[in-house]
Ligand binder design. Structure first.
Ligand code: ASP
Length: 345
């Protein structure tokens, strides 16, 4: 492992990390990223060249939308050959969604794209921003035999590097705001930076980076709950133009056996809607057929989301729909992992 003068592009999209507190007034103001090195002198100690680029209008990540993802993917694509790695500063609220989307949009990625942010602004005394930022840059700069060691879209937060499309935000208060319940951390930062090499993504091909900008957002999420009125589901399924739905089921992919529910879903699937079964549980996987309450879903048939997160399932739907995958192969293609977003069957 070496950190030998790597070139890193730091992209600021917005979020708490880019705020500094004015200790006179106590108010937060946006950080000037052009002066990053002056404001965080610790960055001088990292043996790499850091260039910065910021969104013209930095946003709270609750405002993240398709055009922002496209802008990010385009930026990375345009600068791909000039940098060894990319660190994206992003609000934590929707960071897992963006990480998931980018993982699909950047096919054959062979360099690190590490999203990070913080719970407290960079100018706060107890901030978590500096460690998150500094370690993300260090991880993005790691090389082995002149190749980047990390070659995927990741999320770094509170001492852990995760595969981005496996993460979910779990806490608004703790510094440990993210978890990757179904996939181990790729690296952990303690006294040493410990990389779990066996967990790192290695793309099956060695093709050129392909940036996919076409996403189709005619998708939705529907969460089952006991006592649901049948009209609620029927109303959602009748949304004009709906093409894909993430159905959040109970436990290992179970649902009420009521015929109104199974019939409504079966009609929607017959009508061309792609419905993915994911679990509401934080960890574990869907196993359709294990219980009688999921056999009906298996027969429809729903797409088996196994251990994918809702965030990654939504992004994968948008990506596959945007890529124009033929309806008859959609289920098979969705059920195969393409960026390490779900476990092999
Ligand atoms: N609301 C903020 C955002 O997601 C929170 C944060 O920066 O972590 O942009």
């Amino acid at each position: 492992m070496a950190k030998n003068g790597a070139r890193i592009l730091l992209i600021y999209t917005g979020g708490t990390i880019g705020m500094v507190r004015d200790y006179g007034s106590g108010s937060l103001r946006a950080f000037d990223f052009n002066n990053l090195l002056q404001q965080i002198p610790e960055l001088h100690q990292i043996d790499c060249r850091i260039d910065t680029v910021a969104f013209a209008n930095p946003i709270d990540s609750s405002n993240m939308d398709l055009p922002h993802w496209q802008q990010l993917a385009r930026l990375i694509g345009e600068h791909y050959h000039s940098y060894d790695g990319f660190v994206v500063l992003h609000g934590s609220d929707t960071m897992s969604y963006t990480a998931s989307a980018l993982s699909f949009m950047l096919e054959n990625l062979a360099k690190p794209v590490i999203l990070t942010g913080s719970q407290l602004p960079i100018g706060d005394l107890r901030t978590d921003a500096k460690e998150n930022l500094i370690t993300s840059i260090q991880l993005a700069a790691l090389t082995e035999e002149s190749r980047p060691l990390v070659r995927e879209v990741c999320l770094y937060f509170e001492h852990k590097l995760f595969r981005g499309n496996r993460t979910t935000k779990i806490n608004t208060e703790h510094f440990e705001a993210f978890d990757s319940p179904n996939y181990p951390a790729l690296a952990e930062s303690g006294v040493h930076l410990n990389l779990h090499r066996e967990a790192l993504w290695r793309s099956p091909g060695r093709g050129q980076l392909k940036v996919h900008l076409e996403l189709d957002n005619r998708v939705g999420v529907f969460r089952l709950f006991p006592g649901m009125h049948p009209d609620w589901l029927r109303y959602q399924l009748a949304a004009p133009g709906l093409k894909g739905l993430v159905l959040e089921t109970f436990g290992a992919g179970n649902a009420p056996s009521a015929s109104w529910l199974l019939d409504s879903l079966a009609d929607a699937v017959k009508g061309g809607l792609h419905v993915v079964n994911v679990t509401q549980c934080r960890g574990g996987a869907v196993l359709m057929g294990q219980y009688e309450t999921s056999s009906g879903l298996l027969d429809i048939p729903l797409i088996d989301g196994r251990d994918i997160t809702t965030e990654a399932a939504l992004a994968k739907l948008m990506y596959l729909l945007g890529s124009g995958v033929a309806p008859k192969s959609f289920k098979t293609i969705f059920e195969a992992p393409i960026r390490g977003e779900m476990s092999e069957n």
